[in-house]
Design a protein around this ligand. Structure first.
Ligand SMILES: Nc1ncnc2c1ncn2[C@@H]1O[C@H](COP(=O)(O)OP(=O)(O)O)[C@@H](O)[C@H]1O
Ligand SMILES: O=C(O)C1=C[C@@H](OP(=O)(O)O)[C@@H](O)[C@H](O)C1
Ligand SMILES: [Mg+2]
Length: 173
């Protein structure tokens, strides 16, 4: 039985790379945010706005535990997932965790383009966005660094990079 959790900051590429990687590894793919949206029939943005972050984090933990019942699966988590409750420890007990590490500067470049779908970033832009990302990444890194494996995801990953990651993962699964 193989179960992988992809973790990392918003914009690290968990959703994008997770799809490709799961195909290469012959695993089913679940994106935790999409799973939550399908269950609640609301976007993550709506859940934050209507229920608040604390409730979102409880939902996220419950859904994480639910999807962790699946076998032979790659689960792309949300950026905050490993940093709340005992989620990181839970994932390490129930599968292999893979951290996609990206620098603050590169994250900010990507997030300027897609921050609208991420409620936590609402209202931040330019230098303020960079300061926010730098501060929150430094708080979250100790959780991310507990991963079973770390991959540098600083540049756009090509097919052959994904193949290399996939081959490396085959060895530890
Ligand atoms: N390795 C990469 N290099 C450059 N841009 C990337 C890379 N991975 C993802 N992106 C872009 O960054 C944005 C966020 O990617 P996404 O997969 O949604 O990240 P996450 O799920 O980790 O928040 C998307 O616009 C995506 O096209
Ligand atoms: O980092 C976070 O706290 C969040 C990251 C998002 O997922 P991505 O990391 O896929 O953007 C999503 O779960 C929510 O907006 C909160
Ligand atoms: Mg995502």
């Amino acid at each position: 039985m193989r179960r992988i959790f992809l973790i990392g900051y918003m914009g690290a590429g968990k959703t994008t790379i997770g799809k490709d990687l799961s195909k290469r590894l012959g695993l089913s793919f679940i994106d935790l945010d999409c799973y939550i949206e399908g269950r609640y029939l609301k976007t993550v943005g709506q859940l934050f706005a209507e229920k608040g972050e604390d409730t979102f984090r409880k939902i996220e933990r419950n859904m994480l535990q639910e999807v962790s019942m699946f076998e032979d699966v790659l689960i792309s988590t949300g950026g905050g997932t490993p940093c709340f409750f005992e989620n990181m420890e839970f994932m390490n007990r129930n599968g292999k965790t893979v951290y996609l590490r990206v620098s603050v500067d590169e994250l900010v470049k990507r997030l300027e383009l897609c921050k609208h779908t991420r409620p936590i970033l609402k209202g931040h832009s330019g230098k303020e966005l960079k300061d926010f990302v730098a501060e929150s990444l430094s708080k979250r890194s100790p959780f991310y660094e507990q991963a079973s494996v770390v991959f540098d995801a600083e540049v756009m990953l090509t097919d052959s990079d994904v193949q290399t990651i996939s081959a490396a993962l085959e060895k530890i699964l």
